[in-house]
Design a binder for this molecule. Structure first.
Ligand code: T4K
Length: 395
């Protein structure tokens, strides 16, 4: 059989190699999408109203429903998480050094480089990929003004420790909550932690509004951020500093419909995670680490947004070779987060690899396997079999 086309990450729709009648490429995720039958009348209503953006009817409704779903008193819809993070920093963080995790997607820190008011100071992570509070404490100087932490894959940071450090040193604590829709610990939703949290509702996330995001947190800051979202305008006759962070009515409608289905989608993802957790240890692959506590931990409600595995080079496993080998079987796993601050030339002057060894090692060893609400038992079996082949055949 002819070789399949090179599997770039946007080739959903191409059939799996060797399985012309089989499923499409197994991508790391697949967006939760509304039924067209439900969507069309709502889009028609938006057109009828002729009010299509600038805090319209559906955007406001979605804010209320999302706040209730996420267990927070208030929530601001923002056009995406990247802009939400920028807005959060500009509104809440005084100029100075911002202590930031060296292990994340670049959206977490990009603006800290490009705005001369701030200087990012990267620190290492602990064994569950979250920023290490001891490293944070050690990096504090008289210039430090904030801590920027991320909950990678859904692992909650050590909020108790970070909050105590922030209080002791008078720092802002901003969470990049892009991965933690619906995650809570001991009954407290993660969106209630820190001064502000920024969520992502991008198509690749558990819950999406196509592109989108939100801010939660301190009510007084949120009030200011609502103005910042709308160019900084204050009423009809005053200006403030701001940007355009608004969400249009079409995306709000998608968000409302997706909200009705997200719990079923998370349950389906959990079933995939549990199937992986049952099957992968039985392969007996030396150097393959799974993270069952990402899905089952005391007091935690999780969202099964990612299924990270770690491939230990010391055991002879080559993450990049496995990643490529899986592609030849139609499986598009993702190297989240590679490159990252700890592993990119771009930041060589800012981050010394020796200062962030755990972040650097993780960036070269972690692979996120496909996990989404449309995966079948057969898809899981295909990933498990292929991972066994890719790890043991050492292609
Ligand atoms: N903070 C953190 C910690 C983040 O991880 C992110 C974003 C942000 C902040 C910023 O959030 P936003 O500003 O985006 O709200 C994706 C996402 O674009 C990005 O949102 C995400 N994190 C990052 C971790 O992953 P890619 O480059 O992996 O996406 P892509 O296009 O390769 O898609 C992955 C797979 O998803 C495809 O193979 C198939 C599937 N897919 C994707 C799209 C877009 C679909 O089936 N349909 C689709 O429409 O970046």
């Amino acid at each position: 059989m002819a070789a399949p086309p090179p599997p770039d990450d946007r080739s959903a729709g191409t059939r799996l190699p060797g399985r012309p009648d089989g499923p499409e490429w197994l991508t790391v995720t697949s967006p939760l999408l509304p039924d067209l039958d439900e969507l069309v009348p709502l889009l028609a209503d938006v057109l009828d109203r002729r009010w299509v953006t600038n805090q319209g009817h559906y955007a406001r409704q979605l804010e209320l429903e999302l706040a209730a779903r996420l267990g927070v008193p208030e929530l601001l819809l923002i056009t995406n998480c990247t802009i939400a993070l920028e807005m959060a920093v500009l509104e809440a963080v005084p100029p100075g050094e911002v202590i930031c995790t060296a292990y994340s997607f670049p959206a977490t820190w990009n603006m800290l480089f490009e705005n001369s008011r701030y200087r990012p100071v990267f620190v290492d992570i602990g064994d569950r990929f979250c920023i290490d509070p001891a490293a944070v404490e050690a990096a504090i100087t008289p210039m430090t003004t904030a801590i920027m932490a991320v909950h990678p894959y859904g692992f909650p940071c050590d909020d108790g420790a970070l909050k105590a450090i922030a209080r002791r040193h008078g720092l802002r604590l901003i969470y990049d909550a892009a991965h933690v829709f619906g995650v809570s610990q001991d009954g407290v939703p993660l969106g209630a932690w820190g001064d502000l949290s920024a969520f992502s509702f991008h198509a690749t996330k558990v819950y999406n509004t196509l592109e989108g995001g939100a801010l939660t947190g301190d009510p007084e800051l949120l009030e200011r951020l609502a103005r910042r979202r709308n160019f900084g305008l204050v009423g009809d006759d005053q200006l403030g500093f701001g940007t355009n962070g608004k969400v249009d009515e079409f995306r709000a409608v998608v968000g409302l419909l997706n909200l009705k289905r997200v719990d079923a989608a998370i349950a389906a993802r959990m079933a995939v995670a549990d199937a992986y957790l049952a099957a992968l240890p039985a392969l007996g692959i030396d150097g393959l680490t799974l993270y069952p506590d990402l899905f089952h931990a005391p007091g935690r409600v999780t969202n099964a947004s990612y299924f990270p595995v770690r491939l230990d080079p010391a055991a002879g496993l080559d993450r990049d070779a496995v990643h490529s080998a899986l592609k030849t079987r139609g499986i598009l796993a993702k190297r989240y987060f590679f490159p990252t601050a700890a592993s990119s030339e771009l930041y060589a002057n800012q981050v010394r690899a020796a200062d962030v060894p755990r972040a650097r090692a993780a960036s070269h060893a972690v692979l996120c396997l496909p996990i989404h609400h449309q995966m079948t038992d057969g898809d899981v079996d295909h990933v498990v079999d292929s991972l066994a082949w890719a790890c043991t055949a050492r292609p």
